[in-house]
Design a protein around this ligand. Sequence first.
Ligand SMILES: NC(=O)C1=CN([C@@H]2O[C@H](COP(=O)(O)OP(=O)(O)OC[C@H]3O[C@@H](n4cnc5c(N)ncnc54)[C@H](O)[C@@H]3O)[C@@H](O)[C@H]2O)[C@@H](O)CC1
Ligand SMILES: Nc1ncnc2c1ncn2[C@@H]1O[C@H](COP(=O)(O)OP(=O)(O)O)[C@@H](O)[C@H]1O
Ligand SMILES: [K+]
Length: 488
Amino acid sequence: MLKIIKGSDVRHLDSLHIQRKGISSLLLMENAALGFAEWFNSQSYLGNERVAVFCGAGNNGGDGFAIARLLSKLGWKVTLFTCFEPGTLLSPDAKSNFDLVPSAVRLQSWKEFNPSSFDVLIDAYLGVGLKGELRKEAKDIIQAINSFQGQVLSVDVPSGLPSDSNCSWECVRASHTLTFAFPKLALLFPENAQFTGELVVIDIGIEDSELMEIDSDYFFLQKKDVPNYHRKFNRFAHKGDFGKILLVAGSKGKMGAAYLSAKSALRTGSGLVTCLIPESERFIIQSSLPETMVVFEDQVDYSKFDAIGVGPGLGIDSVEVLEKVLDNYSSPMVLDADALTILSKHKNLIKKVPKGSILTPHLSEFERLFGKTDSHLERLKIAKEFCLHYSLNVLIKGANSVICLVDGRQIFNSSGSRFMATAGSGDVLTGMLTSFLGQGYSPEQALICGVFQHGLAGEIAGKEKLRSTIASDILEAIPETFKQLSIS
Ligand SMILES: NC(=O)C1=CN([C@@H]2O[C@H](COP(=O)(O)OP(=O)(O)OC[C@H]3O[C@@H](n4cnc5c(N)ncnc54)[C@H](O)[C@@H]3O)[C@@H](O)[C@H]2O)[C@@H](O)CC1
Ligand SMILES: Nc1ncnc2c1ncn2[C@@H]1O[C@H](COP(=O)(O)OP(=O)(O)O)[C@@H](O)[C@H]1O
Ligand SMILES: [K+]
């Protein structure tokens, strides 16, 4: 799994990589520029676009010089805008690439930039070497870039954005950010989405194991990582091996939540799914989902279940229902939706939640549980302290949901799409997580497989249905996620 290290550690990473592979730093810069050019080529640009490349005096600018050369060689009409005064000392690798810029590339100062003369803008002005507050001229250059109406492709980070924190100033507003080796932390914060645009990670040959040598608790989960976290079942596996789970979900008017969680759990592979629901609502589940069983509050033996998921559609007044589950079950469970709202109003119940359990708040639920926060960085800190203190896992939901583990590691998910922002998609996730727990997955395995596959299912459904995607489409795409990951 990719580790997310600090921007200030990137130089150290580079020198480790350069030593190990016996390559020059210039070749590493060339790999970055080649990766960018390859991505650019794979997009539907027509070949007659006029490309503006803004370059600074550091290595981010160096990437820009190399990109300008490569795109020019590929036939694009490139103009390079220097964002430094004549006579400025360039970083050594930037200087080497500046000297290699072919004559077919026009050179101008950023002050001469006319936005209407270009179709695409590449922002290689400032990267992870940004220090302190933006200088006055940097603000003017960023404003000039932001006056451009077409696509803005930022190299490594949108210029002006600090790599690991937030800022109070205006940064480049990119349509895409093509970041090298690993996503810089600030690119994963919701408050920076306005600057980052779509995020693309470009492989420049640095291996996961090289990143592992640098200290950090942040990770980035990608498709290639997931199969290793799955359990394998042999040909004698019976439905008991795939787990008996209980979903404590649904109330009058909210039975859809129970239905969605239960069906998702079945699609994720659960052997037996039982719903604990109000007796008056039993017909809804029994007739819509014959594969599930239902039980009512006075008849349930919690201890016979391999995993329990509580909360979707439960109703925020169901305090006793939640308390009874917590008093009668000691293995890790999943707590979502109304169960989280109840916990936030009855904080004394938190210590009853079994160690290793998974809490899945979206941002409002997070705020209800932990109070108002100013930034994602603050949320991550609060979640980490909570996880360590209570030995609980927290999933902060949203784009790039963050899996916060009991030992303090925090894993950002890469799958998902904006079309998942629809009623019931969280209920689908609760079903999936509970299902994996019931199949004998550890909470960490359940989170990694469940969160990634839920996002992937959302991507699959969204590709077909765009903003018409509904939660049922997401759950019906679960089988395709197993196929794509080759999990039988
Ligand atoms: N392993 C990697 O990730 C690689 C990174 N490379 C590139 O190298 C970049 C980092 O290069 P550098 O360390 O040279 O740094 P940058 O090029 O990001 O920044 C240095 C420049 O920013 C200016 N600057 C710094 N703080 C400023 C402020 N507050 N206001 C205005 N200007 C300011 C400096 O005067 C200098 O010109 C990465 O972002 C990436 O683009 C690639 O070349 C190769 C591989
Ligand atoms: N813009 C987005 N990009 C990626 N995933 C998203 C986005 N918006 C929502 N999601 C995902 O959809 C799910 C929504 O969950 P939740 O807010 O609990 O929905 P509900 O309460 O309607 O079931 C979460 O897993 C979240 O990560
Ligand atoms: K940049």
